[in-house]
Design a protein around this ligand. Structure first.
Ligand SMILES: Nc1ncnc2c1ncn2[C@@H]1O[C@H](COP(=O)(O)OP(=O)(O)OP(=O)(O)O)[C@@H](O)[C@H]1O
Ligand SMILES: [Mg+2]
Length: 258
């Protein structure tokens, strides 16, 4: 579609999309005092795939995403973006190098308009005002929120709020997008809609997606590969089918759903 083409090919030179093919955690450990929130976890998110990260509450999913985006320094182990070591990188440096995320809680500027919210992110990352406004509008068009551009963000429906959050993360064409429970609090139908839309992101934006989501049906539907954490440790990684048939996963995680 026309607007998608614009988003993909009309990138400002200054912000050409990084080319890293993988975002990788290698033997990552995170300790908070005596608690090991993450123990020796290794995983690789590839471009052009939706990679699922699942596990019970407190499994360490958010902590791992924090490591992959510079919000948490691993106690040991390392994060690699392509061939680059990211040790010491700030969240801002991750963002500028093409690693974007959303948070479990919305974090929109609630008193600003929808358009201003998306624009502000782009300006904050170095885009000029006019380019930021144009890109923000194209993005809102793509997520079908153009009609709400001038609405105060705090008055949006929950599902629309989440879309704006993802638009903000996508505005500078990241190479990797990490979504921490984007559908939390939604009905099953709303969750399915949102996740189906998320599943189109890798092809449209040339971007790998890491998706944390508790609804097993949607995660099995859209993910190429799934990594399971439990108590900070890797329990399994594989295709949706392999994960569904893994006895340890069923005992630790899927069993809880039944
Ligand atoms: N800043 C922190 N200080 C101390 N402990 C923390 C901190 N952040 C997380 N933890 C602990 O680390 C563990 C992993 O937490 P984390 O939030 O990563 O889990 P999660 O898998 O995202 O859970 P949820 O599904 O509830 O979002 C938990 O025991 C949590 O209490
Ligand atoms: Mg979490």
């Amino acid at each position: 579609m026309q607007s998608d083409e614009t988003l993909l090919h009309d990138r400002p030179g200054l912000l050409a999309q990084p080319q890293a093919a993988e975002l990788k955690a290698e033997n990552v450990v995170v300790r908070f005092g005596g608690l090991a929130a993450i123990s020796e976890v290794s995983l690789t998110v590839r471009r052009h795939e939706v990679f699922g990260l699942i596990g019970p509450n407190g499994a360490g999913k958010t902590t791992l995403v924090n490591c992959l985006t510079g919000f948490q320094a691993p106690t040991s182990g390392r994060i690699l973006l392509g061939r680059e070591q990211t040790t010491g990188w700030s969240p801002d440096k991750f963002r500028k190098n093409g690693v974007a995320r959303t948070f479990q809680a919305g974090r929109l500027f609630r008193e600003m308009t929808v358009l201003e919210n998306v624009e502000a992110t782009a300006v904050g990352l170095g885009l000029g005002r006019r380019a930021a406004a144009e890109r923000a509008m194209a993005m809102l068009d793509w997520i079908r929120l153009a009609a709400q551009a001038n609405r105060i963000a705090g008055t949006l429906a929950y599902t629309d709020e989440r879309r704006v959050g993802i638009a903000r993360a996508l505005i500078l064409s990241p190479a990797f997008l990490l979504l921490d429970e984007p559908a939390a609090g939604m009905s099953d139908g709303e969750c399915e809609d949102l996740v189906e839309w998320v599943a189109t992101i890798p092809q449209r934006f040339d971007c790998g997606v890491l998706l944390i989501e508790h609804n097993m049906r949607v995660i099995m539907d859209v993910c190429a590969r799934i990594h399971v954490l439990d108590g900070g440790r890797s329990l399994a990684e594989g295709s949706p089918r392999e994960i569904q048939e893994n006895p340890a996963v069923m005992a630790a995680y899927l069993g809880m759903e039944a």
